[in-house]
Design a protein around this ligand. Structure first.
Ligand code: COA
Length: 169
């Protein structure tokens, strides 16, 4: 069942009626993406953009989801609890951008958005396949934050982490 977001609207797809300009989360790249690129990338179907808004329609938090194929490495399969597969890559989803309005941070909204992203990915996987939700945390603190939400680090270069969709309620 979908987890309610604390005192905000249910999660909806970004539409032109939503106010994106006032949104600021403390990360310029994530702000600019919502201001300038999100609607374009959504129209191109490069990713899908989910928002939660206040009573006036201003975006309070958002994330993007996109399909992702990852090259099969034994460590990757082990992180997912999957045995050997006869394919060069396997599919899942990428939680690409995530932001919560600065004034609302620290109230569990970020965690609720991650959980909803994982639930949407799991739902889609039931139709088209897919075994993981991946994230690329920008720093070590964020890695810890995702680790608390059951994401597993792949190790090696980069900070990519994955959540096996079979572990999502
Ligand atoms: C990361 C972010 C989405 C978390 O949203 P949130 O609603 O504050 O998250 P929650 O309330 O569910 O969790 C809060 C916890 O996360 C921690 N946290 C918040 N921002 C963090 C960050 N940038 N890095 C690591 N930990 C962070 C807080 O310390 C808090 O822990 P505490 O309750 O023990 O103090 C939000 O801080 C944000 O929008 N940051 C800027 C954009 C960003 O960095 N996005 C992630 C890209 S991978």
């Amino acid at each position: 069942m979908a987890t309610p977001l604390p005192s905000l609207s249910p999660l909806v797809l970004l539409t032109p009626t939503h106010q994106v300009r006032p949104f600021t989360c403390g990360n310029v790249e994530i702000d600019r993406f919502l201001h300038d690129r999100a609607a374009i990338e959504q129209a191109l179907r490069l990713s899908q953009v989910y928002v939660t808004v206040d009573a006036g329609g201003a975006v309070c938090g958002y994330f993007t989801l996109a399909p992702l194929a990852v090259r099969v490495e034994p460590s990757f399969l082990a992180s997912l609890g999957v045995g050997a597969v006869p394919y060069p890559s396997i599919g899942g989803f990428l939680l690409g951008r995530l932001g919560v309005a600065t004034a609302l941070q620290g109230r569990g909204i970020g965690e609720a958005l991650v959980m909803r992203a994982a639930q949407i990915a799991k739902r889609e996987a039931a139709f088209v396949g897919g075994v993981f939700l991946a994230v690329d945390p920008k720093d070590d603190r964020l890695m810890q934050w995702y680790a608390m939400q059951s994401f597993v680090a792949l190790g090696g270069k980069g900070r990519r982490m994955v959540l096996p969709l079979r572990a999502v309620p």
